[in-house]
Ligand binder design. Structure first.
Ligand code: AMP
Ligand code: GLY
Length: 454
């Protein structure tokens, strides 16, 4: 049977998913239902439609017309909107959890209470609020070490960290009031200090197959300065760990993901089928949990799928048929560095509509790949000839991923591809450099030495 796989979503993450599926020896037919027409994905698919990907009726209508044998959901919003539930109801096996299970990402308090109820270590001190009652008392207890989070999906904009986005107690209280005025419950939690990393696992709800650890870079500018973004770039190391982590840190992250999948099954009595993304932080007191996501990370997915040796189609099939126990999932023991090119002004006031000079793959080393993200096609007239031109659409424009035997071998390949792209765009030149990685290692060493001496 030829697999016919529907990809939901149209960013660089979904482009990398499409490319990994297209590499399969099974030669699947690919379909896409996305927010925009991504030419990178369109080149790999036999049917493509744009629409509201969070509308279960629109997605299932496309699916009924094109009859996929499998679907994979890229972003969080369709998961939170119940698109996986609707696809399963339409008899389409889907990689991506149901709405109820996707609360692991869509509700911060759901996740924190799940961990507590099942005695899974990793939570900071936290409390959920639906009014200002008790807020002052918790702020008294935590002092400046606090973070305030909208208890729902807010596309990265619902989290404010004291010292970064909040500078006085009055600002913290004002943010709480702002959330209440919108009718949003919120969580206040202890601020954790350390180095963040992502540990993703494929799971059919019973078995987990862990992926290499990845580090994303949320801040817009070099040196971790500027506003938070969807993620400016990420790297993995050849040994599957990261230079500032110990084998024990990785083991804790694996165990936490495993316990969470078992706890979800026990509480909700349905298997979590998809990708579980643990957002962890290594602190002086060990590994703690920042958040869970119910999907591949973007950009982490681009690093991970560049290394995936096992057929992604076989993995998706095993996920939906609860047979992941019978499949080994292997990754190439190489390092990867991924960097996003973004429009000037991103993320707050991005330029849009500028032509995107995509590097010609024949001019790139075979270990470097470009994935298209937030782009659009515009008809541009030059000398009376109207041509379709690829233009930027405002969010992360394109990503470059390079592989190599080590991070210092991969990073310059990525950087040289980006440096040859001219126009009103920028990227973080420091991601994956030895200078930045040494800072991470020094930071972690100083935290661990304080822990040892106290
Ligand atoms: P989240 O949406 O929960 O991933 O939060 C976005 C970012 O806020 C994270 O990547 C962290 O950098 C930061 N953050 C969230 N929770 C905490 C915490 N408890 N302590 C320190 N930083 C946090
Ligand atoms: N890389 C962060 C995210 O996908 O949420």
């Amino acid at each position: 049977m030829t697999e016919r796989i529907l990809i939901i979503g149209s960013g660089a993450r979904e482009h990398s998913i499409a490319a990994a599926l297209a590499r399969s020896p099974q030669q699947p037919e690919l379909l896409c239902f996305g927010t925009a027409r991504n030419p990178g994905i369109a080149a790999l698919t036999c049917a493509y439609s744009t629409g509201n990907i969070t509308d279960p009726i629109a997605v299932t209508a496309f699916a009924r017309e094109h009859k996929p044998t499998l679907a994979i959901i890229g972003p969080e919003a369709p998961l939170a909107a119940g698109v996986a539930d609707a696809l399963w109801s339409a008899q389409i096996s889907t990689v991506g959890p149901t709405q109820s299970l996707a609360r692991i990402e869509s509700s911060k308090s759901f996740t924190r209470t799940l961990l507590d109820r099942h005695h899974i270590p990793g939570n900071p001190i936290f409390q959920r609020f639906t009014s200002l009652d008790g807020v002052e008392a918790l702020l008294d207890r935590l002092g400046e070490n606090h973070v305030i989070k909208d208890d729902g999906l807010a596309a990265g904009k619902g989290v404010k960290v004291f010292g970064d986005h909040l500078n006085t107690r009055a600002e913290s209280l004002a943010f709480c009031k702002e959330l209440l005025a919108l009718g949003h419950p919120f969580v206040i939690e202890e601020k954790l200090e350390g180095e963040e990393f992502s540990l993703l696992s494929f799971t059919d709800g019973f078995t987990l197959r862990h992926m290499p650890a990845v580090q994303d870079h949320k801040r817009a500018f070099n040196g971790d300065r500027g506003p938070n973004t969807g993620g400016m770039g990420s790297y993995t190391d050849a040994n599957g760990s990261l230079p500032f982590l110990t084998p024990a840190d990785i083991a804790v992250a694996h165990r936490t993901n495993e316990h969470v999948i078992a706890a979800l099954h026990r509480d909700l009595n349905e298997p979590y089928r998809g990708i579980l993304y643990g957002g962890f932080i290594a602190t002086r007191n060990g590994v703690r949990l920042i958040e869970y996501n119910a999907r591949f990370g973007d950009p982490e997915c681009l690093n991970l799928l560049s290394l995936l040796e096992t057929d992604l189609v076989a993995i998706c099939r095993a996920i939906v048929s609860s047979t992941l126990y019978s499949l080994d999932v292997d990754f190439t023991p190489a390092a990867t560095v991924c960097k996003y090119l973004v429009p000037e002004g991103y993320p707050d006031h991005p330029r849009k509509g500028d032509p995107v000079p995509v590097p010609d793959p024949t001019n790139l080393p075979s270990t470097t790949t470009v994935y298209l993200g937030s782009v659009d096609i515009k008809q541009v007239e030059t000398n009376g000839v109207v041509d379709d031109t690829l233009v930027s659409a405002g969010s992360r424009t394109l990503a470059v991923v390079s592989c190599g035997p080590s991070i210092p071998a991969a990073e310059p390949l990525c950087e040289s591809a980006l440096r040859n792209i001219h126009g009103p765009f920028f990227h973080r030149s420091d991601i994956g450099t030895s200078a930045l990685i040494s800072r991470r290692i020094d930071h972690m060493n100083s935290l661990r030495s304080v822990a040892r001496s106290s």
